[in-house]
Design a binder for this molecule. Structure first.
Ligand SMILES: Nc1ncnc2c1ncn2[C@@H]1O[C@H](COP(=O)(O)OP(=O)(O)OP(=O)(O)O)[C@@H](O)[C@H]1O
Ligand SMILES: [Mg+2]
Length: 255
């Protein structure tokens, strides 16, 4: 199996001399093509920091991160936006849709910036919108869409470039439990049917139970790892709850 993401001895410090806080402390792991990985851990443990470094939004203090065997910590500032557009898909908790663009334009944004042909863009938008069940709202603006529809739009936007890696930070965090379940089932389908590789931060054990593997982070270090293997989702869910209890994390909603 190909390694899509390799985290190699990554550390992150904040602050200046005399007052340095180590937020990520020598993290190492690999993500293989087609894997659906969850990252869990107590608030402040470093999950978003880790995700942001992979997203090239934040810089590592030391160590290396490889996406598709390319060391992304070496990419120059001027090439970063292009790298992100061409290789990564993002799904944020607050969707980050642009209010002045229609749903169609929001989904198409990365392709428009990359100067793809209009016909090709329309075809791709239609296809991904159909997969996610938002064909009907493409001409609407984000403020006219429901929370769940906006979230699906955010997924469509993340998927449209066929990214090597999809990064999601608490994608179900702002949703009610029904919308959250719809979203995680959709992500799970994208992973299983389209082979999308996904790295998702979540506090929610139920959401996490859809993953193949969970990395638990505590104080900036990998505390432990759980694999679903042959377990049912229910069994995996119970195992996740046990580790969360051990970690002293916040189990927000046990369903
Ligand atoms: N820009 C920054 N400057 C200084 N410290 C920071 C900065 N960003 C994050 N931190 C600190 O790094 C630690 C990890 O933060 P991070 O946002 O990665 O946590 P998290 O695991 O995502 O938490 P949550 O579950 O609450 O989202 C926290 O102690 C936080 O205060
Ligand atoms: Mg966070």
């Amino acid at each position: 199996m190909d390694t899509v993401l390799k985290i190699d001895s990554v550390e992150k410090y904040y602050g200046n001399k005399g007052n340095v806080v180590k937020v990520i402390d020598d993290i190492n792991f690999d993500v293989f093509e087609g894997e659906f990985i969850g990252v869990m851990g107590p608030s402040g443990s470093g999950k978003t920091t880790l995700l942001n470094m992979i997203a090239t939004i934040d810089e590592v203090s030391s160590g290396h991160i490889y996406v598709d065997n390319k060391d992304i910590t070496e990419i120059s500032q001027k090439d970063l936006a292009k790298f992100r557009r061409e290789n990564l898909g993002f799904i944020f908790q607050d969707f980050n849709l642009l209010d002045t663009l229609t749903i169609h334009e929001n989904i198409a944004l990365a392709l428009t910036i990359n100067r793809c042909k209009k016909g090709d863009i329309d075809e791709k938008v239609k296809k991904v919108a159909h997969t996610l069940g938002i064909d009907e709202i493409l001409t609407k603006y984000p403020y006219e869409a429901s929370g769940g529809q906006k979230q699906r739009c955010a997924c469509a936007r993340a998927l449209i470039t066929n990214p090597k890696l999809i990064l999601a930070d608490e994608p179900t965090g702002a949703l009610d439990s029904r919308s959250a379940q719809m979203l995680i089932e959709m992500l799970s389908n994208l992973n299983k049917e389209l082979g999308a590789t996904i790295l998702m931060v979540t506090h929610d054990s139920f959401t996490a139970s859809y993953c193949d593997r969970i990395l638990f982070i505590k104080d900036g270090k990998i505390f432990t790892e759980l694999r679903k293997g042959e377990n049912s989702r229910k069994q995996f869910f119970n195992q996740i709850l046990d580790v969360v209890a051990l970690l002293g994390g916040d189990v927000r909603d046990v369903r």
